[in-house]
Design a protein. Structure first.
Lengths: 466, 547
């Protein structure tokens, strides 16, 4: 009964995609008859052909992920560049799927390569590929499909529920710790697992929830937001599910020591004086005590305590608390530091009710990359948040005003936008548009021409996202 | 397929799972019963999937349903499969066609986790989630995760209240046209080099967290404001110490202790903190800590000599008794060897405490203690060994006698003399050798006395020979004279015994290489006794040719 075929395909899935990327890369640099191209083709055929004895192989691109025979392919970090590359090349050509029904030959792959490469210059790239590979009896192509909006409502509801459950859980935990009650780490893991699942399936929607800034419950929202942003970043760099859960957990508790800061200081509406600042600077150490008292010593609690202590240190040790000896920062600390700075800057705080616009926050962070912030992680982070982060207020060339609703990792300057005012300046209920859409002549229907800070006008992203 | 057949098969699968749960818990993986149970359970699923693609169960508190039919029911709280799943929020389980035996086995292993007794941070849903089975799916109720079911609704209501006014929107719209155009969009490209560096960082990052956290705690220590704070930190450091040794990380354990020790000597550190840390240093020598160390020493963990020596330097005499205690429990040769090394070093500082181990009820422990005392080489150990030389176990007696010989103290002579008459011949021989090792005149006299006694003649030839062999270490004129007189002695009675004794004497003369004895040895060449002839010939050869 064992699904041997399925198992074999699953085992080879990463390699199939990776090898295809290698073939196309090689063919873009070299002549298709070059030995490098030939040997990468041979490797690919050697992997794929035995599998097609059992089953048809269907490689499909949906959103930002590849699926093989309906199973989403997760990749280890070393495959990241090639996966990313292949997604972009598929999208450029509006290619959504390749179906292989039987063994391929070297000649078949040469035909495919020729069709694939030349389609980039065609006005109708998908049909160019489809026509080009018609001569290959065991391969067919399918067009790129938009992610459907139907069913999106249920997904949004689920994302929203997960988000607010996490905030509510965090609030509950802090309240329990303050009153000396026992806290369930099992529950914490479950909360984080739900977020990890959503990051893996609907990253942008959950990351989008972090754009909702609730000043009154800042502490709890901030903890959850940092957790989400950290997990999203971790997912981008290829961390495993288990590692993502651990990262989400440590990020969730990174500021737990702030509950020891007197509320009159934490909620002070003006700048801190020197004494107050010294108290605030103690919260990383307080976090360590809270965490280790909560759970005792095990791998997770140690890591949580380490990150809680380190996340304000900065890469160059210019932060706080001051140390007698420099520390080699934990990898998760570097991630949480990024997420923490971004969320803090873009949140409404007691002392600054108008948060910074996301793009402004990113430009400040860019200046800190290499000193305070890890430069490579920052690259991943900025690619994740996008050139136009979710929540950015944008004017389109159609004179419509909108809010960036969902990013596009392949075409970063073409996110999905929620229209809040139409081209006549009338407020409308709001529908989303995809800026990658083209008209019959092949021109983009809409393009962003200006960006602004929504907080300046008290435009509440939450009202539209929820 | 007939619906009744489905239900019947579903019930069989549940029963198979219950049975498998018990078996998986009781037997190791390579046990035939384990293997057969797994195969049988798998084949139940196999049969089911011949005609259906999915085996879907709904979980309720005391029952499990399949196709809305109850296929399992248990109203008790103990050993209740439904409750086991239900309590952590599991509401549905789906096994899909394509289920592999490996997946089933992993699922069964999750089923046997005793979440009440075993210390696990995970519930069953987390364990299933982490496994990420291809062919086993589940639904869980997340409602119990949050204490406030209305939180979302309230949050949404608040957000709705904060909507922007129409004026603000219009202002935003009009401002948009005069805002600056967007400049070139900077998309940051990642390079292969970036990726390689990141991979290396992640690999490095899996290293020691315990040591890292300890560093952090020591950084925190000087800034503590009050007693509860520094008590907490010291307690955490102590817990990390225990954690390290429980996880067989001797290196981290030692580095923490080193740091603790250095901090106690730091004049800038507050005395109260130093006192706390000093208490921690004392735990190094406690039985609890040493038991954990014993597990490390007994394991496959490689421990370099340098690391072991570093550890030994931390110990004091209080560690002697705990190490003696665990010595008898260690299973591996390497483990015992390490503990012996430790006790040799520690015991040299406190022979008296070490010698208490000679009263241990386990003969092998006693023997090891004797070995250790021998290696220490301190003559003060002799007084403790005297009684041990009379131990009920032969192996212990021999070791004690050997030690008495090596320690060369005259105090042991009487005991060795007594041992020359031990009931066991190997003990007697050891006693002779020990006297030989002492090498004093008294020792010589004792052996000669023995071999001169009548009862000695009745002893086994090989034993007698060994006694004479021992005499050869006194290679002087007196001994030669004694031996040559022996071989010259004639007697009409007990000729066989006499010939044996002469053979031994000849053997001894041969070992001594004494040319003076040659004439007397030549005289014995013609003996009718072959044993004697052979030994005489061998002795002559040895003396003449040094063979």
């Amino acid at each position: 009964m064992e699904n041997r075929a399925g198992i074999e395909i699953a085992k080879n899935a990463q390699d199939i995609i990776n090898q295809m990327a290698v073939i196309i890369r090689n063919a873009q640099i070299h002549n298709p008859t070059n030995i490098a191209v030939q040997s990468s083709i041979e490797k690919f055929i050697a992997t794929v052909n035995p599998l097609t004895d059992y089953e048809t192989l269907e490689l499909v691109l949906i959103g930002e992920f590849f699926y093989i025979n309906e199973t989403r392919i997760r990749f280890a970090m070393e495959y990241l560049l090639n996966f990313d590359y292949l997604i972009r090349e598929f999208k450029k050509r509006e290619l959504g799927s390749l179906t292989i029904t039987g063994p391929l030959t070297g000649n078949d792959m040469q035909i495919f390569l020729k069709a694939f490469l030349s389609a980039a210059y065609s006005e109708d790239p998908f049909n160019a590929i489809s026509d080009g590979i018609a001569a290959i009896s065991n391969m067919t192509a399918g067009p790129l499909k938009s992610i459907k909006e139907e069913g999106e409502f249920d997904v949004k509801k689920h994302v929203r529920k997960t988000y607010f459950d996490a905030v509510s859980y965090t609030k509950g935990v802090i309240s329990k710790i303050k009153s000396g009650e026992k806290v369930s780490i099992k529950k914490a893991k479950r909360v984080v697992e739900s977020m990890v699942d959503l990051i893996l399936q609907e990253e942008e929607l959950l990351v989008g929830m972090t754009a909702i800034k609730n000043y009154d419950e800042y502490t709890y929202h901030h903890s959850v937001n940092v957790s989400i942003l950290s997990v999203a970043l971790g997912q981008r760099i290829g961390l495993s599910r288990k590692a993502l859960t651990e990262l989400g957990l440590v990020a969730l508790f990174h500021d737990i020591g702030k509950m020891e800061v007197p509320p009159e200081i934490l909620n002070k509406p003006t700048n801190f004086d020197e004494n107050e600042w010294q108290i605030i600077k103690k919260h990383p150490s307080w976090s360590v005590r809270v965490i280790l008292n909560l759970k005792g010593i095990d791998n997770t609690s140690m890591r949580t305590a380490i990150v809680a202590f380190e996340h304000h240190l900065h890469l160059d040790m210019s932060g706080y608390p001051k140390l007698t000896q420099p520390l080699d920062l934990d990898f998760y600390s570097k991630i949480v530091c990024l997420a923490d700075q971004y969320d803090a800057m873009t949140s409404a705080r007691v002392y600054s009710r108008i948060p910074m616009a996301p793009d402004k926050a990113l430009s400040i962070m860019m200046e800190r990359a290499g000193t305070q912030l890890h430069p490579i992680l920052f690259k991943f982070f900025i690619n994740m948040i996008g050139v136009f982060p979710i929540g950015t207020l944008v004017l389109l060339d159609t004179k419509e005003l909108g809010l960036v609703y969902q990013g596009n990792t392949t075409f970063q300057d073409r996110p999905r936008v929620l229209i809040i005012m139409d081209s006549t300046g009338t407020r409308i209920k709001g529908h989303t548009v995809d800026l990658t859409e083209k008209d019959a002549a092949g021109r983009y229907i809409r393009t962003i021409i200006k960006t602004m800070d929504p907080n300046k006008y008290r435009i509440n992203l939450a009202e539209y996202l929820l | 397929m007939d619906a009744l057949d489905d239900i019947r098969q579903a019930k069989e699968i549940i029963q198979a799972l219950l049975k498998a749960k018990k078996t998986i818990r009781m037997y190791p993986e390579n046990n035939p019963i384990y293997i057969k149970t797994l195969d049988d359970t798998f084949s139940k699923f196999d049969d089911f999937f011949d005609l259906r693609d999915e085996f879907s169960l709904k979980i309720r508190q005391y029952e499990i349903l399949f196709d809305s039919e109850q296929i399992y029911h248990n109203p008790e709280k103990e050993d209740n499969l439904a409750l086991f799943f239900f309590k952590d929020g599991l509401r549905e389980l789906k096994f899909k066609k394509g289920l592999t035996k490996e997946e089933l086995e992993e699922f069964l292993k999750i089923m046997v986790v005793d979440f009440d007794r075993e210390f696990v941070d995970d519930d069953i849903v987390t364990l299933l989630w982490e496994k990420d089975f291809q062919n086993i799916k589940y639904s869980a109720d997340e409602a119990f995760l949050t204490d406030d079911a209305d939180y979302e609704a309230e949050a949404l209501r608040q957000i709705g209240e904060d909507a922007p006014k129409p004026d603000e929107l219009l202002k935003a719209y009009s401002d948009a046209f005069i805002a600056e155009d967007i400049s070139d969009i900077s998309i940051v490209n990642l390079t292969d080099r970036d990726l390689n560096m990141l991979v290396k960082e992640i690999d490095r990052d899996t290293e020691d967290k315990a040591g890292k956290l300890t560093e952090i705690l020591f950084e925190m220590l000087p800034y503590t404001d009050n007693k509860p704070e520094y008590e907490d930190i010291c307690r955490f450091i102590k817990e990390i110490i225990i954690y390290s040794i429980k996880h067989k990380d001797l290196k981290t354990f030692l580095s923490i202790i080193r740091r603790v020790s250095a901090t106690t000597k730091n004049t800038a550190v507050n005395n109260s903190i130093k006192n706390q840390l000093s208490l921690m240093l004392a735990t190094v020598n406690t039985e609890e800590t040493i038991r954990y160390i014993g597990e490390i020493l007994d394991s496959d963990t490689e421990i370099s000599d340098a690391l072991l020596n570093e550890y030994i330097e931390l110990l004091d005499r209080n560690a002697i008794n705990p190490f003696i205690s665990i010595m008898g429990e260690l299973k591996s040769i390497r483990g015992r060897k390490n503990v012996i090394t430790i006790l040799i070093q520690l015991g040299s500082k406190d022979i008296q405490t070490l010698a208490k181990g000679l009263h241990d009820s386990r003969w092998y422990v006693v023997r090891n203690i004797i070995y250790i005392l021998r290696n220490i080489g301190d003559k003060r150990a002799v007084e403790y060994l005297l009684n041990t030389a009379k131990h009920s176990d032969i192996r212990v007696r021999k070791e004690a006698i050997k030690a008495l010989g090596e320690l060369k103290s005259p105090i042991g002579l009487q005991t060795l003399r007594d041992a020359l008459n031990d009931a066991d011949d190997s003990v007697r021989r050891s006693a002779a050798k020990a006297l030989g090792a002492i090498g004093s005149e008294t020792a010589r006299r004792l052996i000669i006395e023995k071999i001169s006694q009548n009862d000695f003649n009745n002893r086994d030839f090989e034993e007698k020979k060994e006694f004479y062999e021992v005499l050869s270490r006194w290679n002087d004129a007196g001994m030669i004279d004694f031996l040559t007189r022996k071989i010259k002695k004639r007697s009409l009675f007990k000729r066989a015994q006499r010939d044996e004794n002469n053979a031994c004497a000849a053997y001894c003369l041969g070992l001594m290489g004494s040319k003076e004895a040659l004439p007397d040895l030549y005289n014995l060449r013609g003996s009718k006794n072959k044993l004697l002839r052979d030994h005489v010939d061998a002795a002559i050869k040895r003396i003449e040719y040094g063979e």
